[in-house]
Design a protein around this ligand. Structure first.
Ligand code: UDP
Length: 469
């Protein structure tokens, strides 16, 4: 099948930087803990290179057909999707974002694209290209839109526009619906007048307190879209276009989230030197300051005075995030020579390993300072894990405090909850179970597909009305 056949698309249709560019090929080496014998098994945990099993990307598994979701969501959900898709048969969608690997958007598109295509709504995924200068600026925009101070210069605007223009010239927009994800490619909307498509801007980030200069620069582009989609009510801005709420989602059948046999979980723990006989506290996240990995280390160190545990920080880079290597160094420095802190700088194809690490964990933490939605939280809840996460961005949509997880606001709060959950296993189990149910009801990919189909039908109706008028 050609790569143009929408059914074959499980990854973006153009090449980006080689996966794993941002990732090192060895876990951190550290000195033995002063209080322990040099032969202590734990001392050697960070002394090992990444296992051979993760050095090369595995072949991508074929996307599961819709029917495979029946046992999880029930037949009626699948019937609803097929019913909604019937009217759209043959209509096409293009999704555009800025990275093929790393981060939640790529994660979702990977599964959304084949499912929509299976429903006879052929969907294509394109990734914009850009140099380091572009991605440094878009990362600064990203941080600024989350409220970080930033001085927007004319040079930054020019670079942003040059790359958007370059991509605009390079890409064709022949589909019926064009969906642009996040700010990086937002100026592709300038092609709108040459198309008959409806254009939607899907914003995955928290815009509740944006840097005014950056938002004022981007807003005129956003206003030219037919609609905007946000991940939480609180992210919406005053805009003259309709705005919709779409929760992000996870795929329960993906490598990242499918059930795993215990032997496989054990193998991954052995590979990475994680001791399953002792409590494991984990944060999975890109090494990004807004994920506050250093804060997690501090919280662990406070809790560790009272309870025994290991800390696993599993992360990696995204091709659109040039800051990762610097932050990784900061994390290593904060960790010092504690042999119970395991820092894993993973290549981006380690979904199965992340799944296993999450499943092996006693507690999962997501101590973000800012967050769009936090798919890592969704993944943790789906696995029934007691989850501690900051009350930022879309996380409170997922975590109802003390019901589906616990919300925290500080390093000390996080440390307290680590200690509390490790010493109250019954309560920890109950929030884990409730968290799983909450995800099943609200944040699975099948629900997301339904929203896309509904929105697409709405936009097609509006288009038909415009044409008639
Ligand atoms: N992730 C991954 N490898 C990593 C770090 C993160 O596969 O080294 C995945 C993680 O499991 C989740 C997504 O990337 O599926 C991160 O999404 P989230 O919404 O939590 O944060 P984002 O990175 O988009 O800000």
């Amino acid at each position: 099948m050609s790569s143009d056949d929408p059914r074959t698309i499980t990854s973006p249709s153009i090449e980006t930087q080689a996966p794993g560019e941002a990732g090192g090929d060895e876990v951190e080496r550290r000195l033995p803990h002063p209080g322990r014998r040099a032969t202590d098994k734990r001392d050697k945990r960070n002394d090992r290179p990444l296992p051979a099993s993760v050095l090369n990307p595995p072949p991508p598994p074929p996307p599961p057909p819709l029917d495979d979701y029946r046992s999880i969501v029930g037949q009626s959900q699948l019937d609803t999707l097929r019913f909604l898709a019937r009217e759209l048969k043959g209509k096409t969608i293009k999704m555009v974002n800025s990275t093929a690997v790393g981060g939640g958007v790529a994660e979702m598109l990977n599964r959304l694209v084949p499912l929509l295509s299976e429903l006879d709504v052929p969907t294509r995924w394109d990734v914009i290209t850009g140099g380091n200068d572009f991605f440094e600026i878009t990362k600064a925009f990203h941080n600024a839109l989350h409220g970080t101070p930033y001085e927007l210069t004319q040079a930054a605007k020019d670079i942003f526009m040059i790359y958007n223009e370059h991509n605009r010239q390079r890409m064709k927009f022949e589909e019926d619906l064009v969906v642009i994800h996040d700010p990086q490619p937002v100026a592709l909307i300038l092609s709108r007048s040459q198309t008959t498509a409806s254009w939607v801007w899907r914003c995955h980030i928290d815009l509740s307190n944006p840097n005014p200069a950056v938002w004022e620069f981007l807003r005129p582009f956003v206003e030219r879209y037919d609609a905007a989609i946000f991940s939480s009510q609180s992210f919406a801005r005053q805009l003259p276009i309709p705005q919709y709420l779409f929760y992000p989602c996870i795929d329960p059948l993906s490598e990242k989230n499918k059930e795993l046999p215990d032997s496989q979980i054990q193998q991954v723990c052995d590979d990475f030197g994680i001791d399953r006989s002792r409590p494991i506290v984990t944060q999975v996240s890109r090494f990004d300051r807004l994920k506050d990995p250093v804060g997690v280390v501090q919280a662990y160190k406070l809790a560790k005075k009272y309870v025994d545990c290991q800390l696993v920080l599993a992360g990696g880079g995204a091709t659109d995030d040039p800051e990762g290597a610097v932050v990784l160094q900061e994390v290593k420095q904060a960790a010092g020579n504690d042999p119970d802190i395991i820092i894993l700088d993973l290549p981006p194809w380690c979904a199965l390993q992340i799944n296993a690490i999450q499943r092996a964990s006693t507690i999962i933490v997501q101590k973000s300072l800012k967050e769009g939605f936090g798919l890592t939280v969704t993944e943790a809840l789906w696995k029934g894990k007691p989850t501690i996460a900051s009350a930022v961005g879309g996380i409170p949509n997922q975590i109802m405090h003390k019901l589906t997880g616990v919300l925290v606001h500080s390093v000390e709060g996080c440390a307290f909850q680590i200690r509390y959950l490790l010493t109250h296993p019954e309560f920890a189990r109950s929030i884990g179970t409730a968290g799983h149910e909450h995800v099943k009801e609200n944040f699975l990919i099948t629900t997301n597909v339904k929203r896309w189909l509904l929105l697409f039908r709405l936009l097609e109706q509006a288009k038909a009305q415009r044409t008639r008028a």
